[in-house]
Design a binder for this molecule. Structure first.
Ligand SMILES: N[C@@H](CCC(=O)N[C@@H](CS)C(=O)NCC(=O)O)C(=O)O
Length: 324
């Protein structure tokens, strides 16, 4: 991680832990919002007006948080307005790196080798982890936002006047329910799988894995052929999907969340496929990057051997189509 703008050698892919050995994810630092007229958003500073070609999204296909942003970008029709740069799925000793892997890009703006260089460019004294997704303003050369929950909401509204869309991921009428369900899914499932995978005590693992499956069981009960809140796809669906699609091929093995697979849950499986089939979503799922990335986490898999992967995941992705 970066400490006062310098790469710290004792960086660990296993993140912070609490006194019981539980994994603790850091909070995001850049929280500005793009708005139609550049007015400030709910957090951060103003001055980030929605313009085609002004912003770039740095992502990793392995990363579920980055994939939230990728899905929102695709569904809202923003691909031509907001270019992306994809990092190498294998974490280096200095965190995310550019190029050097099929489907990974070089940094087109600064020729950086690592994502952390963007963070120190944005803030020479930055202290924290250099994470993706990162939304960059190419006009002012500053970081706009590195919190995927914000980026999804930014993409939902900021460019609507430039590219009108039928999707509204955060409709007024559902906000209360969305805001109530998001943190539960986050804590027990999205981040719950990481808490299981990076637990450093049996107790912390047991607690996390119980949470993961209690949430999957609850969602299996809840789903009835539609999205989480009925006919309308919301941000909560995006946030759930990115974990489901990684589950059987990655988390079930590397994070030891192996009580069941998504394939064992008929409704969750059908739901996952329904989201995957929405035009644009399949292109955000790069299973090669996902499995290469997770199984190369040295602390969890020192040999970095990647297992062959479940046939049903391969069959599903093949049936839905090739990644774009
Ligand atoms: N709160 C952030 C979390 C992002 C995050 O943790 N990304 C991971 C990849 S999945 C990362 O970049 N980790 C690098 C590191 O921790 O050094 C968000 O949702 O945008």
């Amino acid at each position: 991680m970066l400490v006062d703008g310098k790469w710290s050698a004792d960086w660990q892919p296993v993140q912070k832990k609490d006194e019981k050995g539980r994994f603790v994810r850091q909070t995001s630092s850049f929280r500005n919002w793009i708005t139609p007229d550049g007015a400030p958003g709910p957090t951060g500073e103003g001055g980030f007006e929605a313009e085609a070609g002004r912003y770039r999204l740095y992502v990793a296909y392995i990363c579920p948080w980055a994939s939230r942003a990728l899905i929102a970008r695709k569904l809202k029709g923003l691909s031509d307005l907001i270019p992306i740069t994809v990092v190498n799925p294998v974490m280096s000793d200095q965190g995310w790196q550019f190029g050097g892997y099929p489907g990974a890009d070089e940094d087109p703006l600064f020729g950086s080798r690592y994502i952390h260089e963007l963070y120190t460019r944005a803030d020479p004294h930055f202290t924290g982890r250099a994470t993706v997704p990162a939304l960059w303003d190419m006009k002012r050369n500053v970081m706009v936002n590195n919190e995927s929950a914000d980026i999804v909401r930014i993409f939902n509204t900021a460019f609507e006047h430039l590219v009108p869309s039928d999707y509204d991921f955060y409709p007024e009428a559902l906000r209360e329910e969305i805001d109530a369900l998001n943190p539960r899914i986050y804590d027990l499932l999205n981040n719950g799988v990481y808490k299981a995978g990076f637990a450093s005590t049996q107790e912390a693992y047991d607690e996390a894995v119980a949470g993961v499956f209690s949430m999957l069981d609850e969602l299996e009960e809840r789903l009835d052929g539609g999205f989480l809140f009925g006919d309308q796809l919301t941000e909560t669906d995006i946030r759930l999907f990115v974990t489901l699609i990684r589950f059987d091929a990655a988390y079930h093995g590397i994070f030891k969340t192996n009580r069941r697979q998504i394939a064992d849950y008929p409704r969750l499986s059908a739901y996952m496929e329904k989201v995957l089939r929405l035009p644009g979503v399949r292109e955000t799922v790069n299973m090669d990057h996902i499995t290469r990335g997770y199984y190369s986490i040295k602390a969890l898999n020192p040999t970095r051997i990647r297992p062959v992967g479940p046939a049903h995941v391969e069959a599903l992705l093949k049936a839905v189509g090739q990644a774009g």
